[in-house]
Design a protein around this ligand. Structure first.
Ligand SMILES: Nc1ncnc2c1ncn2[C@@H]1O[C@H](COP(=O)(O)OP(=O)(O)OP(=O)(O)O)[C@@H](O)[C@H]1O
Ligand SMILES: Nc1nc2c(c(=O)[nH]1)N[C@H]1C(S)=C(S)[C@@H](COP(=O)(O)O)O[C@H]1N2
Length: 181
């Protein structure tokens, strides 16, 4: 088991990637993970435009070459013509994990009626879990609070590193398992 925990943080935004506005989404994901994770981890950060091939190539690079066990994207999940983050995610995952999107939309609906406009999804590529979040920076904690308790065990199951959370902030759920004989 690797002890080097690398987590990809991918902002998908035409304007943030062009420097028209400062990226707030990537830093919000990093701050969130800094608060929640007790394990030492290293961010691998990318800020890219809403381009299906660039997004797919970036996800492949972070999963296959950078060795990220978790890749969190923000932006590009809505219905607008250039919103293609879910399609790019589906292009590269081997196993879709639709429960993540379902739960995040359900929880987000208690915060904002437009939650159903996000097509955010998730999936597994090799030993990486990829999770999409909406672009609005405030959506990041709203969505991660919902799915984060299940993420460390998901990464256990795909044979990634053991992620420990700070139990005072968030308790990760790991079901009791029988030892293999
Ligand atoms: N990375 C970001 N940093 C700061 N604000 C953001 C970011 N991404 C999105 N937002 C804000 O949330 C709004 C909705 O996000 P959305 O992903 O739909 O962006 P967009 O309108 O498609 O434009 P762009 O791709 O250029 O960010 C944006 O208009 C912007 O105000
Ligand atoms: N938790 C949460 N989910 C949210 C939102 C939000 O503010 N908070 N914004 C919604 C809106 S307005 C849109 S258009 C969709 C898609 O956003 P995206 O294209 O920026 O990914 O996410 C939705 N989901």
């Amino acid at each position: 088991m690797s002890t080097d925990i690398r987590i990809g943080i991918v902002t998908v935004s035409d304007r943030a990637s062009a420097g028209i506005y400062a990226d707030e989404g990537g830093p919000a994901i990093r701050d969130y993970l800094d608060k929640v994770l007790a394990s030492l981890w290293h961010p691998v950060i990318r800020v890219i435009p809403d381009d299906r091939k660039i997004i797919a190539d970036t996800l492949v690079e972070l999963a296959d070459r950078e060795g990220c066990c978790l890749i969190v994207t923000t932006g590009g999940t809505g219905p607008a013509p250039r919103d293609v983050t879910p399609e790019a995610t589906e292009d590269v995952v081997e196993k879709p994990m639709p429960g993540f999107g379902e739960l995040m939309r359900q929880v987000s609906l208690t915060k904002v009626p437009t939650a159903i406009l996000s097509r955010q999804t998730a999936g597994i590529r090799g030993k990486a879990l990829i999770v999409n979040l909406p672009g609005r920076p405030r959506a990041i904690a709203e969505c991660l609070d919902a799915v984060m308790p299940a993420i460390p065990y998901c990464i256990d199951l795909i044979e990634g590193p053991y992620l420990e959370t700070d139990p005072a902030v968030l308790v990760a759920f790991r079901p009791a398992t029988k030892p293999k004989t």
